[in-house]
Design a protein around this ligand. Sequence first.
Ligand SMILES: Nc1ncnc2c1ncn2[C@@H]1O[C@H](COP(=O)(O)OP(=O)(O)OP(=O)(O)O)[C@@H](O)[C@H]1O
Length: 233
Amino acid sequence: MKQSAIINIQNLNYFFGQGELRKQILFNVNLQIQPGEIIILMGQSGSGKTTLLTLIGGLRSVQNGSLKVFDRELYKANNKQILDVRRNTGYIFQAHNLLRFLTVFQNVQMSVELHRGFSKQEADTRAKAMLEAVGLSHRLNYYPDNLSGGQKQRVAVARALVSHPKLVLADEPTAALDSKSGRDVVELMQRLAKEQSCTILMVTHDNRILDIADRIIQIEDGRIVGVDLTQHS
Ligand SMILES: Nc1ncnc2c1ncn2[C@@H]1O[C@H](COP(=O)(O)OP(=O)(O)OP(=O)(O)O)[C@@H](O)[C@H]1O
């Protein structure tokens, strides 16, 4: 039986600005993403990738069209419904966005604690296990400033995945990394996502990592122009 799409977008349009400055950024976007898929979103600078990613993540309001995440409609959704989508989503950004005044362990632990239903002890155990899974159990008490770029991004991966989200949204996660560290980080994301049956939607310009995707989606001037199946499909 076909599972229902984890992301289902129909006739989505998006505009920035008001009055004469109003400019359309996304044009009639239609897209379905199935549970467990790893999708790469590519396109030139300014084509609308980040705008689309932030709409899907409930970080901006849907203005027009239909955008369903986990079967919840985000058009005209209330705060509680949007919060629900955010709680089931992990975010990884180009800059790792770790809190500098917290240790590696505390950064990941805090992310579990923000999700309801975990005791302090459970949060500690999960954070430690996830940092071990990303190969950083020897850096638990380090501060982010004392880690390499690749290590920081691995902490960001641990933080995004520690609460077992259904969806991970990653915006150029390898942009600040050298090629080897970038590859390591995405392979780690791929492995953990498959273990957890999590869907990944990743924006990247990095041609060296395209093979990890199940599908590559091309966006051009706010329009989806192509969906390629890779050799893994
Ligand atoms: N807050 C904003 N107000 C007005 N225009 C914006 C805003 N944010 C983005 N834009 C414009 O929307 C368009 C799409 O931006 P977006 O960041 O989604 O593109 P992108 O494909 O992610 O680009 P990049 O690869 O450079 O990150 C660009 O023309 C950008 O200038």
